[in-house]
Design a protein around this ligand. Structure first.
Ligand code: HMG
Ligand code: MG
Length: 297
């Protein structure tokens, strides 16, 4: 069987949460629907965080009501607490993602809570999700650096990832929120976590602030991870992480994986078209090098 990497497309959530201008709900819905037609199996559709904190995604329920769900595709949504879980469920979500960080300083700014407090907030989410048959993904942010607390000890990354796994998250996404990681550090971080949490339950999530995201994913693929997050057109960033810029572009990631002989199930041309369409809607050029190279090719 061919080697396979599952890509978790986070553009509609991570991508759009950081856009300075408001994106129309209809465009968000069209984005998810276009992505659904590319062969992607996981599309993070939106976020049920506080609309005061992230006004860009205040229309999460409308987005969920408008998208056409394809069989075989999952549409996780971000939730920070029980209130978010209830809103997500009312909107029909059947997979959610909770998030915390390895850095106390960042987590405080992002969720107004310590790491332990944020985990305590989503413990009831996990309990209810289990009862409801809802799958829960977990994020650990700032795994390779924090803009507010200089170093992030590996032990803290491992401890938080292990906790999320113990709590029942089926997959833990390790996030280099501000894109400061480099391949050897990324690999060492993954190795340390994988010593405590099975590699099959891990994913990587790289931002490209310093142009290292693709190299970091490649290093982690070589280390054994088989799930990677990315955002079409290279959109993304966290409004509460100073200096954070776009995610690794999905088109660039798919091109690299296919070139490595790894299957993704994704139609690269359809994905690149979607990336250029989104960039046009956002009023700029696509952040994907592959998307630009394929234009008119
Ligand atoms: P808080 O202000 O401390 O919360 O925010 P609170 O419980 O005191 O509630 C304050 C108000 O918010 C209340 O309303 C609540 O009802 C409301 P009021 O009484 O003032 O009218 N509220 C909500 N409303 C709707 N949905 C909710 C909700 N919760 C409370 N779910 C909170 C705490 C966690 C809610 C807030 O800090 C928050 O929403 N933070 C989210 C920030 C965020 O979304 N950041 C980006 C996502 S993380 C990321 O991008 C990293 C990642 O990509 C991985 C990586 O790159 O590393 C995942
Ligand atoms: Mg992110």
């Amino acid at each position: 069987m061919a080697d396979f990497v599952r890509i978790v497309e986070v553009g509609p959530r991570d991508g759009l949460q950081n856009e300075p201008a408001m994106v129309a709900t209809a465009d968000k819905i069209e984005l998810v629907d276009r992505l659904s037609a590319t062969g992607l199996r996981s599309i993070e559709a939106t976020s049920f965080v506080s609309p005061k904190w992230v006004p860009q995604l205040a229309d999460a329920a409308e987005v969920m009501a408008g998208i056409q769900r394809r069989p075989g595709v999952s549409y996780p949504v971000l939730v920070p607490n029980e209130q978010g879980y209830e809103r997500a469920r009312a909107a029909g979500a059947d997979e959610v993602a909770v998030f915390t960080a390895a850095s106390e300083a960042f987590n405080r700014r992002n969720t107004n809570a310590s790491i332990d407090e944020s985990i305590a907030r989503f413990e009831p989410v996990l309990a209810r999700a289990r009862a409801d048959g809802v799958r829960v993904r977990g994020y650990v942010s700032t795994v390779l650096g924090c803009p507010y607390q200089r170093e992030v000890p590996l032990d803290d990354v491992v401890r938080v990832a292990r906790r999320l796994h113990e709590l029942g998250c089926y997959e833990i996404s390790l996030g280099d929120t501000i894109g400061v990681g480099t391949p050897r550090k990324a690999r060492a971080m993954l190795q340390a976590v994988a010593a405590e949490v099975p590699m099959q339950a891990l994913a990587v999530h790289f931002h490209d602030t310093y142009g290292q995201a693709l190299a970091n994913v490649a290093a982690c693929i070589e280390e054994g991870v088989r799930v990677a997050d990315s955002a079409v057109a290279g959109t993304g960033g966290c409004p509460y992480a100073r200096g954070a810029s776009g995610n690794v572009a999905s088109e660039d990631l798919v091109y690299m994986l296919h070139g490595m002989g790894i299957d993704t199930g994704i139609d690269l041309d359809a994905l690149a078209d979607t990336g250029r369409w989104l960039a046009m809607r956002l009023g700029r050029q696509t952040g994907s090098k592959v998307g630009r190279a394929l234009e008119g090719a």
